[in-house]
Ligand binder design. Structure first.
Ligand SMILES: Cc1cc2nc3c(=O)[nH]c(=O)nc-3n(C[C@H](O)[C@H](O)[C@H](O)COP(=O)(O)O)c2cc1C
Length: 217
């Protein structure tokens, strides 16, 4: 698989098989992903791997994940402007119409969102933390690390879903992984093998044409 194939075939997967993922494979992917660039070579990523027994232990706290917590950060800016607001809306509509969940069925919509908190059935996951003193440039470095990791995962036959949803549970996650006080949770990444039969995995989110966001001067 070349880079273009990895980039164009990667999708956020939201239903995984139980097939286990080995820690040695995860170690290899993380070591390779560390070759991601970062401003000043700060390498501002701090990663916790949850797999096998730690995943079982983590999920046994399930009820705890349902309790509301103060979010680590606001995922989107308040009053999200256009065209971003529409993009977000369209993603939701595309997802729920694929699953046959109508607008009025709030319970089913919430249930779908709550699947985030068992990693959509993925057997493995990483949590990505960053030092609280870091700013937007370093958050962007962490984003590059994430994409590199997800592409490498794709190359190795694995699928992923980055999950900002975990920012809503950062207190519980931080205490489970025993994160340093000075670090904050950016996101989780569900990792595993895609369930080919799941309807949700047919979701192919749209992209706006490059004419809308590229200007050749
Ligand atoms: C940093 C980040 C956080 C995300 N958080 C979530 C999440 O919490 N739950 C979820 O279902 N998808 C999440 N996604 C997936 C996005 O919805 C998805 O990347 C976008 O719709 C594009 O679709 P694609 O990844 O299939 O190309 C996240 C993606 C990124 C990059």
């Amino acid at each position: 698989m070349n880079v273009s194939q990895a980039v164009t075939s990667r999708r956020s997967i939201r239903d995984f098989l139980e097939t286990p993922v080995s820690n040695s494979l995860l170690k290899d992917l993380l070591a390779k992903a560390s070759w991601s660039p970062s401003g000043g070579n700060l390498q501002p990523w701090k990663i916790f791997v949850v797999n096998n027994k730690s995943m079982k232990d983590f999920l046994s706290f399930q009820e705890k994940w349902l309790k509301p917590e103060e979010p680590a950060y606001s995922i989107y800016p308040p009053n999200l402007k256009e065209p971003y607001r529409t993009y977000r809306y369209e993603l939701g509509e595309q997802m729920y119409s694929l699953l046959g969940i109508p607008r009025e069925d709030k319970t089913a919509r919430i249930e779908q969102v709550l699947k985030n908190f068992n990693f959509f059935g993925a057997p493995a996951a990483i949590f990505c933390f960053i030092d609280k003193t870091m700013g937007p440039p370093q958050w962007s470095d962490l984003g590059m690390f994430l994409q590199t990791f997800m592409l490498l995962a794709k190359e190795s036959g694995l699928d992923t879903c980055a999950q900002e949803a975990w920012s809503m549970k950062h207190e519980s996650v931080s205490s489970f992984v025993k994160a340093d006080e000075q670090d904050m949770l950016f996101c989780g990444v569900a990792i595993g093998y895609k369930n080919e039969d799941a309807l949700i995995n047919q979701l192919k989110s749209e992209r706006s044409p490059i004419s809308q966001w590229v200007t050749f001067i």
